[in-house]
Design a protein around this ligand. Sequence first.
Ligand code: 5GP
Length: 144
Amino acid sequence: MSLVGEYDGNNIFAKILRGEMPCVKIFEDDNVLAFMDIFPQSQGHCLVIPKNTTARNLLEFPADRLGPYFAAAQKLAKAVVKALDCDGVIVTQFNGAPAGQTVYHLHVHIIPRYTNLPLQPHHGGKPADTTVLREQAARIAAAL
Ligand code: 5GP
């Protein structure tokens, strides 16, 4: 069952954290890494993941680490709004496949919303142009 199970140390985000797979980084500190989503649901879609954990989802994450983790998510959401001048922002995460989770290392999505622009499907489409992601990441990082 995808909601309960063993942490797979070879999941994509674990590989990104170990530097075995590339990502377009926005910021990192001792606790978190923030980077651009490669299949963005809107322009500026990014993710923040905790370091030093085997939590597959929110339910498995130690409660005493939630404060710093969600503080980082809030910091990223504020920077996204400031940098990209979006009209709204979704801050969300999914637990288990029926809920929409596809990568089993805890992550929070920051998804900017723009009035009258539709949201792209979750898990859909082609990978984004890395040059565009780098430019967006630089703007978000500058707004932190
Ligand atoms: P979930 O479906 O588990 O909530 O979210 C996983 C997210 O990771 C999706 O939004 C998906 O687009 C993103 N993603 C999947 N593979 C990669 C990858 O290799 N690099 C990056 N940066 N994002 C990825």
